[in-house]
Design a protein around this ligand. Structure first.
Ligand code: ATP
Ligand code: MG
Length: 674
């Protein structure tokens, strides 16, 4: 078959693993073709007669799922010799664990005692609810400092995702909260109660809900009967709950295939644990078949050697070192620059030079540890008119105006959502806190609620909007246009930069058209928000050329011909020096490995000697002298071409900057430390 001729023998063994032989795990390093193998397997299964409607494809984003469906579709086209214009089969069940959970719960809602119109709330909303519960229990005023809402939510979420008892979890990760254990229990009960009352589920509830379904034999059988095959990419980043879900699906007769790389596990901070993958085969009887891949097809030997050197220092590792047959390329560059401004200029220069040399912007990417690290570069790119798109970081959906519009849609769908009601009602001029509270406590039809006289007209407008949205004339996506039309005067009243924000809402309207219904739109957007785009440049058209800026987390699974990694300094990678446990530091090392292995041909690691810290802890920010990341130590320098800055420029006060000298001194000192 033409499909298979492109795969190497191990890949082929995985792609054509007979479903009857039990679950399959492909565990292999970066760029070894795991995703490609999974897509080939999907195509092979369909070719063997599997029904694409009954395949569940779990990936880490909708974008990744769409990409996989595209690849599999292309393979199928070839394999089945479909006429050029016929569309490849569609895969209705692909997405993230959370997205699939939301859909299953909604479809099964009547059998779960759950209102089908439940609202999915994002982390920010969950945090607001937690804060309200904390306040209503009087914990905010307690004498001994009670953990703040974000901490409470983090603890709650970790407990949900790892299934560990609260006491054990506090001991391990939040020992200073141990004295509050019983209050935390009370708080979590109130938090759950509030969500139930408002028919709102947060991200953790979705997985928990699905898990409960799988524990009820009759329901589990219904879910199991929907799917013949379950395919999972990036399985190293699943948590306990997700591992249990896969196991339960397999128990219902779904044929399981999972691919992943333990060296790329980067979601430990959300409760993921690579041990789930490693213990994966043994959880099944007979144990899952394990296929390993060791040949890398992505990178030049030089890029691969440098990446291998970085990951070789990892404390724990299971996958083998990769090899490649690609022709020799350039050494990766380790570029030291004065500061972040020089870094931004340097990256922009390099990217434009590459484009001059014929490499499209789209084939290049700039990666960074945290979304704010690209700020200087973004300004530089805007200044030079270089179009770019940014992935990860501040999400479009976190913007106040987008949240406002979504709140009205949510309230329309779920009249019991106090959060949505609160956010919507606050937009009405003349509604003070007391009137809003009265509204939240109001039972019965909205028409019976009496607003304060000053708010009568604008309240009436909101009320009739809601009535329209809930009434028989509701239409999608026209409903969104109605909400935006209602919202526009409020937007102009509340924000100086209404014009820019309106452009976001126009984009939202565009996205809306691609969703089948209001409820699917709101849920899917909450779960898997569109990535933020550039500030002024606006979202480039699909066929235009643009540079990709991405957090390392959002770059997972992708590849570019040229990759720049910003701020390869201690304090950025690893992120926080003081607070990191050994396990967290190891996760940061894997993060650098993920970044480096995105490159096909050219890789540049940038080391600014001074950078601006803008973390909450250093309010207002400050400059610090940085050291090259500890993950690139002396012994690895041979794998790089070292690029040093030219003569030091005078500092802001006219004095020659002592930075580089200090840096050498500090490096020398560090060498003597354990
Ligand atoms: P990651 O760990 O980063 O997710 P991966 O293991 O999923 O990587 P893929 O993205 O599937 O790797 O493949 C990496 C590159 O190698 C892709 O460009 C893919 O097309 C190519 N590739 C994979 N297998 C083969 C093969 N057998 N022959 C030629 N090219 C291949
Ligand atoms: Mg992959």
């Amino acid at each position: 078959m033409p499909l298979a001729s492109r795969l190497n023998p191990q890949q082929r063994r995985a792609a054509e693993h007979p479903p009857g032989d039990g679950p399959l795990l492909v565990i292999a390093g970066a760029g070894s073709g795991k995703t490609m193998t999974l897509a080939s397997r999907l195509a092979w299964l369909v070719q063997q007669g599997a029904d694409p409607q009954r395949v569940l494809l779990l990936t880490f984003s909708r974008r990744a799922a769409a990409e996989m469906a595209r690849r599999a579709g292309r393979l199928l086209h070839e394999a089945l010799r479909l006429p050029a214009r016929t569309a490849p089969p569609t895969l209705p069940w692909c997405g993230t664990f959370h997205g699939v959970a939301a859909r299953l719960l909604r479809e099964e809602a009547p059998r779960l005692g759950l209102a089908g119109g439940f609202t999915v709330i994002d982390r920010a909303d969950a945090q607001d609810l937690m804060a309200l519960a904390r306040q209503s229990l009087g914990l905010a005023e307690s004498e001994r400092r009670f953990p703040l809402a974000p901490t409470c939510l983090a603890i709650h979420s970790r407990a949900a995702n790892t299934g560990r008892p609260l006491h054990e979890l506090l001991l391990a990760s939040h020992p200073w909260c141990l004295e509050h254990e019983s209050e935390l229990q009370r708080l979590f009960a109130a938090f759950t109660q509030a969500k139930l009352q408002q028919q709102s589920l947060d991200f953790d509830d979705l997985l928990l809900g699905w898990w409960h379904v799988m524990r009820t034999p009759a329901l589990a059988a219904r879910i199991g009967a929907r799917f013949d095959h379950v395919l999972v990419d990036e399985v190293q980043d699943i948590n306990q709950l997700q591992a249990d879900l896969l196991h339960a699906l397999a128990g219902q007769g779904c044929r399981l295939t999972a691919v992943g790389d333990d060296a790329q596990a980067i979601y430990g901070f959300r409760g993921a644990d690579v041990r789930h993958v490693l213990s994966f085969p043994q959880r099944f009887t007979p144990p899952a078949c394990v296929v390993t891949l060791e040949r890398n097809y992505r990178s030049t030997p030089q890029v691969l050697q440098a990446s291998n050197a970085v990951i070789a220092r990892a404390a724990e590792r299971f996958t083998k070192t990769l090899w490649t047959e690609r022709a020799a390329g350039l050494l990766p560059r380790l570029i030291t620059v004065q500061d972040e401004a020089a870094q931004a200029r340097g990256v922009a220069d390099a990217v434009l030079a590459q484009r001059e040399a014929g490499l499209a912007l789209k084939r290049q990417a700039v990666l960074f540890r945290a979304a704010q690290h690209s700020a200087a570069l973004e300004l530089e790119l805007v200044r030079r008119g270089v179009p770019f798109v940014k992935f990860g970081g501040l999400r479009f959906l976190e913007a106040a105006h987008v949240k406002d519009v979504l709140a009205v849609l949510r309230w329309a769908d779920n009249p019991r959502s106090r959060l949505a009601a609160l956010r919507s009602a606050r937009l009405v001029p003349g509604m003070g806190p007391a009137s809003v509270r009265r509204l939240l406590d109001h039972e019965g039809p909205l028409a019976e609620y009496k607003p304060p006289a000053a708010a009568a007209t604008p309240w009436h407008a909101l009320r009739s909007l809601l009535e329209q949205l809930r009434g028989p004339e509701a239409r999608w996506p026209e409903d969104l246009a109605r909400v935006v039309a209602w919202y526009q005067p409020h937007l102009e009243r509340l924000h100086d930069d209404a014009r820019v924000r309106l452009a976001d809402l126009a984009q939202l309207t565009q996205i809306a058209a691609g969703h089948a219904s209001r409820e699917r739109f709101v849920t899917e957007l909450t779960l898997d928000p569109p990535e933020a785009s550039s500030m002024e440049a606006g979202p480039p058209q699909r066929d235009e050329d643009y540079l990709v800026l991405s957090t390392i987390h959002s770059a997972k699974g992708q590849e570019w011909n040229a990759v720049h990694v910003l701020d390869v300094v201690d304090g950025c990678i690893p992120a926080d020096l003081a607070a990191g446990s050994a396990a967290e530091i190891e996760e940061e090392r894997r993060l650098l490995y993920v970044a480096m292995t995105r490159a096909r041909d050219e890789l540049s690691l940038w080391v600014p000697q001074r950078f601006h810290l803008t973390q909450q802890r250093a309010l207002g920010g400050r400059h610090v002298y940085a050291l090259r990341s500890r993950f690139v130590d002396e012994s690895m320098l041979a794998h790089f071409e070292l690029v040093q800055p030219t003569a030091p420029e005078p500092g802001p006060d006219g004095v020659v900057d002592a930075g580089p000298v200090l840096l050498d001194l500090a490096a020398a000192l560090r060498g003597t430390l354990p």
